[in-house]
Design a protein around this ligand. Structure first.
Ligand SMILES: Cc1cc2nc3c(=O)[nH]c(=O)nc-3n(C[C@H](O)[C@H](O)[C@H](O)COP(=O)(O)OP(=O)(O)OC[C@H]3O[C@@H](n4cnc5c(N)ncnc54)[C@H](O)[C@@H]3O)c2cc1C
Length: 394
């Protein structure tokens, strides 16, 4: 069930390799690593060896040159094992996309080959303590002074903020711009992985979270940090808001893919449990209330996966796909949330115990309703696009 039609031989091979990796290497250790909130060094090495880090880097820079569809299929497999693995690579893939789409030749040459080799990994930072959904209202500023920008401000919720080698940071470079959108630029901030203090830059301690453990989430404070002007993404000021909104569509497809992977695991756990647990002399799967939940889960997963694959294929075709990525993210994350809840119900009291994987999945799923734009923001994006398309002239 849930297999995607029309994949190339290479895509089939990649999916099958990652699936085996997840079954053999990830699933046996994920619950323990998650409970202990441990960064999965060995699993990350495994992903590097499989070439996952360079999946979407163009071949000329040493990558596999695959598109967003292949990437999201990999994300689904990884998240079936442990959602945090998909988080460890997500910001890096948004950065690959940004560099590839908007980077200068020199920037591509400087970052992409090392990303493809798995030598460096990127984080992605728009959010601030006072601003998440309302991106246009960010306060961090970067003012050009000679050959470098001086960055001041605080960034929040930076996934991979400690271990990343570089961070793409949305800043305001022109405080007098006609609109805030036109005054924003993305700077590529080089940092030392694992180091919390650099001149003008402080990375906070890991923020303790309900789930999504193993991967660190930090704040980053800039206080006169000097960033070379050569690190202005694309070399032209005022393009940052558009660049980030384009890049975050990759993130939205990732989060939707994670929801499918996580939901698939919750479904698999429920289907197995329902056939071995007996109540009133029969497996609980024989009780119609339980089998109805299984039917709903399977239906929602099929629909979610179809929407995610559709959005990824459209993103690969080029241009903005805010409607499709928004719909896929909204539907898949809400479906996943419902599926983990129903799987937990099917597990009865055992679902509430840390001995069963569903407890972890239940804590991981709510993040998908928030990250890369909340469900409410996705609805705003979708309704705006729909009302534009169906505009009534009055
Ligand atoms: C674990 C984790 C990791 C993250 N990683 C990153 C990262 O790597 N990089 C990064 O930049 N950010 C990251 N984020 C931030 C994330 O993108 C934001 O949390 C998210 O966009 C929501 O912003 P907010 O938390 O400020 O909520 P707010 O914007 O304050 O929203 C609060 C509530 O109000 C609702 N709301 C706000 N505006 C509207 C509106 N116009 N219409 C309807 N409802 C509205 C929201 O839907 C939500 O329910 C991460 C967050 C978490 C929790």
């Amino acid at each position: 069930m849930f297999e995607v039609e029309g994949l190339t031989d290479l895509q089939e091979e990649i999916v099958s390799t990652v699936r085996k990796f997840v079954d053999n290497e990830v699933i046996p250790v994920a619950d323990d690593l998650e409970h202990d909130d441990v960064f999965p060094d060995e699993l990350v090495d495994g992903m590097r060896e499989m070439g996952i880090f360079g999946l979407t880097v163009p071949e000329e820079f040493g990558g596999l040159g695959e598109g967003i569809l292949t990437y999201v299929l990999v994300v689904m497999e990884l998240a079936r094992g442990w959602m945090s693995l998909a988080g460890i690579i997500n910001t890096n893939f948004i950065d690959i996309y940004l560099l590839n789409q908007y980077g200068t030749d020199e920037q591509k040459q400087r970052y992409l080959p090392r990303i493809a080799a798995g030598e460096i990994r990127g984080a992605f930072s728009m959010s601030e303590p006072g601003v998440g959904s309302d991106v246009a209202n960010i306060k961090a500023k970067a003012i050009l002074d000679g050959d470098s920008y001086k960055i001041d401000g605080e960034k929040m919720w930076v996934t991979n903020g400690l271990r990343a080698d570089f961070v793409t940071v949305l800043t305001r470079t022109n405080l007098d711009a006609e609109t805030p959108y036109k005054g924003m630029s993305v700077l590529i901030v080089d940092k030392e992985p694992g180091v919390t203090e650099l001149p003008g830059l402080t990375v906070s301690a890991n923020i303790p979270k309900m789930g999504y453990k193993g991967v660190e989430t930090t704040a980053i404070n800039f206080d006169g940090f000097e960033c070379p002007a050569a690190n202005l993404l694309g070399g032209e000021e005022g393009k940052g808001f558009y660049q980030m909104m384009d890049g975050i569509e990759v993130g939205r497809v990732n989060v939707a893919g994670r929801a499918v992977g996580l939901g698939t695991r919750a479904f698999e756990e429920a289907v197995e449990y329902a056939q071995v647990r007996e109540a009133f002399g029969v497996p609980i799967a024989n009780h119609q209330s339980v089998s109805n939940m299984i039917a709903d889960m399977a239906t929602q997963l099929t629909a979610a996966k179809t929407m995610v694959v559709n959005a990824a294929r459209k993103k690969d075709a080029g241009g903005r796909v805010d409607l499709d990525a928004g719909m896929a993210k909204l539907f898949a994350s809400e479906a996943c949330h419902k599926i983990v809840t129903e799987s937990l119900r099917i597990h009865g009291g055992y679902g509430y115990s840390k001995e069963y994987t569903i407890e972890r999945l239940y804590r991981d799923a709510p993040f998908l309703l928030i990250g890369e734009g909340t469900s409410e923001i996705q609805r705003n994006i979708i309704s705006r696009a729909v009302l534009k398309q169906y505009k009534v002239e009055t």
